[in-house]
Ligand binder design. Sequence first.
Ligand code: ACM
Length: 543
Amino acid sequence: MRRLLVAIAMTAPAAGAQGPTVARAMPAIVPLPSQVEARPGSFALSARTVIVTDAATRTLGRQLAGWLAPATGWDLAVRASAGARGTIALRRDATLAKSLGEEGYRLEVKPSGVAIRAATAAGVFYGMQSLRQLLPAAIYREAPVAGVAWAMPAVSITDVPRFTWRGGHLDVARHFMPKQFVKRYIDLLALHKLNRFHWHLTDDQGWRLEIRKYPRLTEVGGWRKETLVGPYEPDPAKRTFDGVRHGGFYTQDDVREIVAYAAARFVTVVPEIEMPGHAQAAVSAYPQLGNTGEQVSPMMVWGVSEYLFNTDSATIAFLHDVLGEVLALFPSPWVHIGGDEAVKAQWKASASAQAKIRALGLKDEHELQSWFIRQMDTWLTARGRRLVGWDEILEGGLAPNATVMSWRGDDGAIASARAGHEAILTPTHHTYFDYYQAGSKATEPLAIGGFLPLDTVYTWEPVPAALEPRYRDKLLGVQAQLWTEYLPDGRAVEYMAYPRMCALAEVAWTPAARRELAGFKARLAAHMERLRVLDVNARALDR
Ligand code: ACM
């Protein structure tokens, strides 16, 4: 029954009906707002609706008009003042910061008009995203749709996110994703009120970021001769390859474009440059960065390479140069330096790494890795940025200002928080969206393994029960991971990301006490229609 009510709320009356008669039911907003009260009546959008802004919301007003124009065919006026009736008012009011925080908003829809109020531009933006979800799903079309009454149910919404870090990650190293897809991916994150795009730009199989000082990183490290076919095969004799050269990279102008695109949607782009491991593509470009002097090529199979950066001061200086160009491109307060899965065999065998361990008075290769990460932490901290790394950066001692992404379960987050460090929950068990989403693998595209169905994502309580309440404010939030060994293109990424990203968005945004699976599923059924209109290659819901 509940599903039916939701469907009615999202379906506009047929053309010719006597004005909008939108049912009074819980609107199908994803993620679910913290407070929603349905009210009688509805607001009918028309060609004469005026978007009223103040100076602080002018750009947002134009953005909203831009969202509404294609499907309605109306180029709504954006003005500083208008009559009180029939308007959509967007207001920033700093005094609301106390109740709504940095990202919350209030959205009032009355038959006489609509108002969005927030302390910040981000809050107004999220109010606009909710407003759009009060309209029929056809509002997401890019050409005028005939016969739709563009009505929103009257409602009073007060909405504040649970976590400040609401992330979506994308690996563009294993498979390069074109700029247009990266922007679309960000747009879909923003639609779900997610606010961090973690861009995994370098790995063993490819280096994707133009670095002016070191052009071979992309000229050589950005391309591999061919790629393994099928699942990972440990026996080299049994591997088959596709014979297709694969690669690509983002120029610095591409990056500036993507960062600006994300900023307009209140998404911070967090770049990841992997070190000391996952470095084979970099070592292929500049063998002197490695430990063996061998000329290797970017990896053509999956798994973890043993070719990690050496620990020479010239290599540290090279990485500082790279990060220098990264800082100029990315205004993000956070810079991710990877830190995961650094196989230490080459350091064990390297006279120079062993000499470094002795000279620095270190115990072992773990402490050498910790020293390596600290060279980046100190450098980033001096420039006003914060280092983020995967939870292996705890091994051998955590760098003083590091933030940890806990991927091997929750233990990394618990240890970091207890040590006074901020942490982000990115555990494989609930956030690795490269895992299968159905029990029967035969009917799903080839994936890396694992099993993470939609309901499991949704019912996840991310704050570990084992973590004492006094440390819980160290947990910044949650993030979904999209590793692309088995995802060759954007369609494949979307199939794995959606609808699980909708569930993750609700884990990230909605107060824990308001989350409820049956209600989510009912709203999601309506939300899937929006994703269909947007041509998102979402996996169909199980019946
Ligand atoms: C990771 O999945 N290696 C962070």
